[in-house]
Design a binder for this molecule. Sequence first.
Ligand SMILES: Nc1nc2c(ncn2[C@@H]2O[C@H](COP(=O)(O)OP(=O)(O)OP(=O)(O)O)[C@@H](O)[C@H]2O)c(=O)[nH]1
Ligand SMILES: [Mg+2]
Length: 353
Amino acid sequence: MSFSIGIIGLPNVGKSTLFKALTKKSVDISNYPFCTIDPNIGNVKIPDKRLDKLADILNPKKLLPTYIEFVDIAGLVKGAHKGEGLGNQFLSHIREVDALVEVVRSFSDPDVSHVSGKIDPHSDKETIKLELIFADLKTVENQLEKTSKYAKAGDKEAIKTQHVLEKIKSELDKGQTARELNLSHEEKKLIANLNLLTVKPIIYVINIDESKIKNQESRIKNEISLCVKLEAELADLNPEEVKEYLQEYDIKTSALDTLITTAYNILDLITFITFQNQILQAWTIASSATALNAAEKIHTDMAQGFIKAEVINWQNLVKYESEQKAREAGLMRTEGKEYIVHDGDVIHFKFKA
Ligand SMILES: Nc1nc2c(ncn2[C@@H]2O[C@H](COP(=O)(O)OP(=O)(O)OP(=O)(O)O)[C@@H](O)[C@H]2O)c(=O)[nH]1
Ligand SMILES: [Mg+2]
């Protein structure tokens, strides 16, 4: 598994349309709220020019790009935590995702109804934020009850966890997300099993009118503006037609590319590459990951028997056209477990089987 993204938002704002644009899967899209009930799940290969260039010189039997899994769920409405709309039980479908994408309606089409009767991106964002906060509050309160028993009995881990939970609860009580607490790595680890929604990084997709596409450049790091409907129409076209379409609307990068770049940035992710058994494969990993973490990502055996990692930057490999020549030029380095993996590293792991 590479990484996964849950698509959330009010009903009828274009979540499934975005899902279609990204995954090219045909799913139910309709002009009435609560069209999606059961989640749509799809994988999207991450296009990577570096892999293509490496494939040109290495001639692999198989080329496996890294991918993102998208999960498109039902819409949340105000009061969902009290059972309004479809309630909030379906949030369980996105508990385990790595990040959230929230679709926010800004397009004005009078033929598409809005659950609260008016287009108000700011208020819609607030509604969703509060519903996620309510969902997390319930989880935190339930867990606090359990943890406090162990904490009272003197369990050291439980005391620490209780402290973090109380800190989160007080933030949620104020109407703020747990994300805003900037929890430390240690604190996050203590509550990781709760899969709190408001801890997850979030990207806003502002779904704009076709006429507003040009000159839309957001200054906010985790916000992108797209005309989701137009992007979904691209899913049905061939690559030549897509090019023309993008030019006509002056769109420089597709929704998928924009979203991937934003997700990699806010999640602090990088890609490393392996070429083993004639398979050229890209892997996604956190930017702080070590060679041992990278080996673990591939196989636990590889991490357990780790001997060394032979590392070469992808550009050097392309430049020298073969591993042999790159090695002779002294560009293949031998690194240990603690080596911090760089974006675009091509890594050979040596391990005891
Ligand atoms: N004009 C316009 N309509 C859009 C756009 N994006 C989506 N729509 C329309 O909005 C309606 C709802 O789209 P969906 O993708 O089904 O919305 P959803 O958020 O998945 O809705 P639920 O599953 O019901 O929560 C459909 O009629 C879409 O064609 C857009 O960018 N512009
Ligand atoms: Mg839908």
